[in-house]
Design a protein around this ligand. Sequence first.
Ligand SMILES: [Mn+2]
Length: 331
Amino acid sequence: MNTLDKNHICKFICTDPQNVVVVSHTSPDGDAIGSALAMQKTLTAFGHHAVAILPDVYPDYYNWLPGVEDIVIAENEFDKALQLIANASLQVIVDMNALKRGQIIEKALEQADAKRILIDHHILTNNIFDAAYSTPDVSSTSELVFNVIEALNPALITKDVAECIYTGIVTDTANFFHGNMSPRTFDITANLMRKGIDIIKINQVLYHTFSENRIRLLGFSISERLHLLSDFHAAYIYLTKEDLIRFNYSEGDSEDIVNYGLAIKGIHISAFFIEKTDFIKISLRSEGDINVNAMASKYFNGGGHKNASGAHFYGSLTEAISLYEQALREL
Ligand SMILES: [Mn+2]
């Protein structure tokens, strides 16, 4: 199946009104929320009854996004989420390449009698979709969502939709720093600016509204929990459950900490381990040809992108860190 055919995606949207669920991944980031909201608004403009569903809560610095209050968080409203999924005849999956990343709603999505389409920029290994617009060669899913909406009807890229798409692009590129940026990424961003969005204001909300705890946790992570494995040009940072309690951790507070490992001269791969209630959340980042997607899938049953991947590891912090060291030796 051609996974680059956005017109095929459009055929599933240009239909009589139907119930649609737009779904993105667990631990939602700016791209997950931005692309889901932009699609939800577009589907609504087409007359569909469209609802965005996320498996769990998003960080509160996204709570200004237009329409964010209408997102159904499955973790908080599980029955409602199941009902919406059961009643939908179309599933629009964004920024997640496998239903397992929907976690608590995975089974419901899988079992539903619905068409399922994908818009995504992760590496697609198992195409279980009726149509997929999927390529790892772009900055973000939001960039692909822009292309889809433009193909459907450019007038649907309203200021609200533009704010959602910009948020996806700016966060997935860490403020236009890394990832698969292309001239197209900047053309789209210019187009979004022309819709009247205030990018400085959005950047300030996204990057300059941290809580005191978050900044102190960042400082602690770097000064007390950063380890270098210079022989491997590698770094890792970990946080224990006690660390999280000490800094009154809330969702999103550890976002981007992994990147500080890479900020060190001579370090080209960085890992971040965070001890959650029943698993270790792992983030892996690399530069150049070091493929952390392969490492995440081989050692931790995770995945993502070549230079940015993640996993949930069901074991102890010590086991996760020694697996990382093993993976570095075998790299
Ligand atoms: Mn993304």
